[in-house]
Design a protein around this ligand. Structure first.
Ligand SMILES: C[S@@+](CC[C@H](N)C(=O)[O-])C[C@H]1O[C@@H](n2cnc3c(N)ncnc32)[C@H](O)[C@@H]1O
Length: 231
């Protein structure tokens, strides 16, 4: 996902990459995802809304409304402190004052593990029965796409770690759809495939951990399988 909103200069990105290379993880194998060949997030969101007859939608992080403007639903709320959507505030501020509940919540705000797990927890509290949470940017292909801080113009952040945490949580059921940078799919129901992997600190997981345990950590599904899952 290209985040043009706060994009540091090319020089800053190179410098950060060099510092990261010298001081942090060195693991350069890549995953072979080609997002041009998959459906995009708004087609998947609209297909889910249609199929489930959902009427309420919340998007966290709207930017230029590329996605938000295409979502076809009766009631739409979009939250972003900078641009787009309907509410000019952070997701934390929104959840503090919000009294509504939602059928579908799309999390695509600050792409940092600590914020994404807060967004997931807060979303679960206002998700309608049989509602669905989608989380964008869960499948980075290269180490540079997931560093904190951002070191590449195409940046998913370490959102993937929040999916590994969700996969290890008993009362939510989590998958990752192989489409549009990886879409986490979270249901509020008992975990049907609890991740059995000793992890003491999710934030400290490495890209090598993600690469080597990819299927197991992320519980990957093809977009064609979504409708069997949401039935
Ligand atoms: C990747 S963009 C969203 C793209 C959009 N969802 C789409 O699909 O076209 C991320 C957005 O999250 C916003 N953002 C950053 N921190 C946030 C926060 N704490 N709460 C909500 N949104 C946040 C940024 O301002 C930015 O516009």
């Amino acid at each position: 996902m290209i985040d043009n909103n706060n994009l540091p200069s090319k020089f800053q990105l190179y410098l950060r990459r060099l510092i990261y290379f010298l001081t942090q993880e060195k693991f350069f194998k890549k995953l072979n995802y080609d997002w041009h060949k998959t459906s995009n997030r708004f087609d998947i969101i609209n297909a889910i809304i249609d199929k489930k007859k959902f009427t309420s939608y919340l998007e966290i992080g709207c930017q230029a409304d590329v996605n938000f403007s295409k979502v076809k639903v009766q009631n739409r709320i979009g939250v972003d402190p900078q641009s787009g959507g309907t509410h000019r505030m952070t997701s934390d501020e929104f959840f503090r004052q919000n009294k509504s509940t939602f059928d579908l919540i799309f999390i695509d705000g600050l792409h940092i593990y600590e914020q994404v797990i807060k967004d997931i927890d807060n979303s679960l509290k206002v998700l309608n029965k049989n509602g669905i949470i989608l989380v964008h940017d869960c499948l980075p292909s290269k180490i540079w796409h997931q560093t904190i801080p951002q070191t590449h113009s195409s940046w998913n952040g370490d959102v993937w770690k929040s999916i590994v945490k969700s996969r290890s949580t008993d009362d939510i059921d989590t998958f990752t759809i192989k489409a549009d940078q990886g879409l986490g799919l979270i249901f509020k129901r008992k975990n049907t495939d609890l991740l059995n992997h000793k992890i003491t600190n999710f934030k400290k997981l490495t890209f090598k951990d993600y690469y080597q345990n990819h299927e197991k950590f992320m519980r990957l599904v093809n977009e064609e399988e979504i409708f069997e899952l949401i039935n």
